[in-house]
Design a protein around this ligand. Structure first.
Ligand code: FAD
Length: 536
């Protein structure tokens, strides 16, 4: 059935949910005030008819016509992910890197046929899930060595194939988006409980290929923790691991596939650990006058063995940008949920951790059950609304010629203060130098007993036609500061093409050579997503 809603060809999300001109005008005023600059001009949004697209270098070969599409619309829609440079190029109508055609695999046989043909003919294959990559993961620019590029869209493979209710596990096809797989699991009262901010559009295969992080702040944060077994089709054949709750049998085959970013093969399905749907939830928020106190509280909660589902710390500016009313203070949002009964004692202990760290005010806890539609505490509700709307605001800022993006990392608690200080200084300095102004905010999206995952947002004034250079300078300064201060180049956004220079420095050289050897074994013609993770 033809979907009734269309995704924007250039921006985040649904076309009908993009900000209206009035909303963009209000945003322009708000941003002008925030940056102490003239509000940016509200220019018209682009139309697909004006998109400029390259001529295809190859056409759909005989035998593959049934599931391949070389239309301009399909090629445009598969050109980019949704990183800042993608939004900028999409807004300007530049689709000069469109794939030559798009293959919509209906089943594994289509995947195997396409990979066999691509390897024989030196055609690069870019696996495509929801196209929400923010690191150039689905960008089709493999270079002269290839005669063409095909984007391999997995979204027709979107079924929950089996559920093992006794073991609490489900076998799910890789092309299922968050809403589709949750709806199928909900029929059995189950949930995967993996909710990245891109949940609405991203797919299980994309999550596995990028080691995505859900928005739950502790314990089951990465998709890695949910994987019982995976199945991947490579140019050399199928690779499938055994379903096990745990195993000490040598290096884990799952761990080779998870995070492989389409460079080793195409993940077609996986068995995942699922949960009974929670029946009980509670939320609270703690306000702190200083960032130091708030960080201390987050660390105390994370080290108390409580494992809240939400433990998200927003600095004062981040709270303001997200419409959480804190009166200029930092706020720690706490949430617990369970399918087994109240967690009052856990929440009480988390609140006492906040008091010990110097909280100036506690709101909540607000308790809800599935039957009661009692509201969340005010701060959590404001945060959730803004979390879902945030990506639309970024696209609107791009449409008004602003430099606006996020980056994230993780480090141990002992390194956090110096990393936070260095990143703040580096990004603030470069924004001032190249953009004349700019603001930076920070939140902790995930907390582990041994360290947090800080997530930064920056907004600076820019000019249409010259947005990519300042963005690249800011990104470079941030990445250098992260790597120099003990962080990882990515906690959950993946490596892709954008993070390669810093990933190459972060990983051990011998590991890089071993990974390349594995790729040569599974993909001897080197056609799988060339350019991500490693070079030939
Ligand atoms: C607004 C926004 C919010 C985001 N929030 C989060 C977040 O909260 N947490 C998070 O972790 N990430 C987040 N991301 C990043 C992105 O959503 C994730 O990386 C996600 O896992 C990508 O899934 P996808 O299905 O869209 O994959 P795609 O973007 O289509 O692909 C991503 C990479 O995986 C490869 N790939 C995709 N499917 C397969 C497959 N079946 N087999 C092999 N390789 C495959 C692609 O080739 C590419 O290299 C966000 C992005 C945006 C734009």
């Amino acid at each position: 059935m033809e979907p009734t809603r269309k995704r924007s060809f250039w921006a985040w999300g649904w076309e009908d949910a993009l900000l209206s001109d009035d909303e963009r005008a209000q945003l322009a005023q708000m941003v002008g005030g925030l940056l102490h600059v003239e509000p940016p001009a509200v220019t018209p949004l682009p139309t697909i008819e004006r998109a400029r697209i390259n001529a295809p270098r190859i056409s759909v070969p005989t035998g593959l016509e049934d599931f391949c599409d070389a239309s301009d619309r399909a090629r445009i829609e598969h050109t980019y992910g949704r990183a800042f440079p993608d939004l900028v190029r999409g807004f300007s109508g530049d689709f000069s890197r469109a794939p030559d055609f798009v293959a919509h695999a209906r089943h594994e046989a289509d995947v195997a046929t396409l990979l066999g043909w691509a390897a024989e003919n030196r055609v690069a294959v870019v696996p495509y899930g929801g196209g929400t990559s923010v690191v150039g993961g689905v960008e089709c620019a493999p270079g002269e060595r290839y005669v063409g590029v095909v984007s391999l869209d997995l979204r027709a493979m979107d079924q929950v194939l089996e559920v093992d209710e006794r073991s609490l596990a489900a076998r799910i096809q890789a092309g299922a988006t968050g809403p589709l797989l949750e709806a199928q699991l909900a029929e059995k009262g189950l949930t995967l409980r993996h909710f990245p901010q891109s949940f609405e559009f991203s797919t299980l295969g994309g999550w596995l290929a990028t080691r995505a992080g859900g928005h739950f702040a502790t314990l089951y944060t990465h998709i890695d923790d949910k994987v019982e077994s995976v199945r991947m089709i490579t140019p050399k054949g199928a690779f499938e691991s055994r379903r096990l709750p745990g195993s000490g049998a040598g290096p884990s085959p799952d761990r080779l596939v998870i995070g492989s970013e389409g460079a080793l093969g195409v993940i077609t399905e996986a068995w995942l650990r699922v949960h009974r749907r929670p029946t009980w939830r509670s939320s609270a928020s703690a306000l702190f006058d200083t960032w130091q106190q708030a960080v201390d509280a987050a660390r105390r909660v994370s080290q108390a063995g409580l494992f809240p589902s939400n433990c998200r710390l927003l600095d004062a500016r981040e709270a303001m940008l997200n419409g959480v009313p804190t009166g200029g203070r930092n706020v720690l949002l706490l949430g617990f949920e369970s399918a087994d009964g109240p967690r009052d004692a856990w929440m009480a202990r988390a609140i006492s951790c906040c008091r010990e760290a110097g909280a100036s005010e506690i709101e909540g806890p607000a308790v809800r059950t599935m039957d009661e539609r009692a509201s969340r505490d005010r701060d959590s509700a404001a945060w959730r609304g803004s979390f879902l709307r945030g990506p639309y605001l970024q696209s609107a800022l791009v449409s008004m010629g602003m430099v606006a993006d996020t980056f994230e990392t993780a480090c141990t608690w002992d390194a956090f203060d110096s990393l936070h200080t260095a990143v703040t200084r580096a990004v603030t300095d470069v924004m001032k130098r190249v953009c004349g102004a700019g603001v930076l905010s920070c939140r902790l999206t995930h907390v582990y007993p041994d360290g947090p995952a800080p997530y930064f947002t920056f907004i600076a004034p820019g000019t249409h036609g010259a947005l990519l250079e300042p963005w690249a300078e800011i990104k470079r300064a941030a990445s250098e500061a992260v790597i120099a201060n003990g962080g990882t180049i990515t906690h959950h956004h993946a490596v892709g093409r954008t993070h390669r220079p810093w990933y190459d420095r972060q990983r051990p050289e011998l590991f890089a050579r071993s990974l390349a050897a594995v790729k040569r074994e599974l993909d001897p013609a080197w056609v799988m997503n060339p350019g991500v993770l490693l070079d030939e």
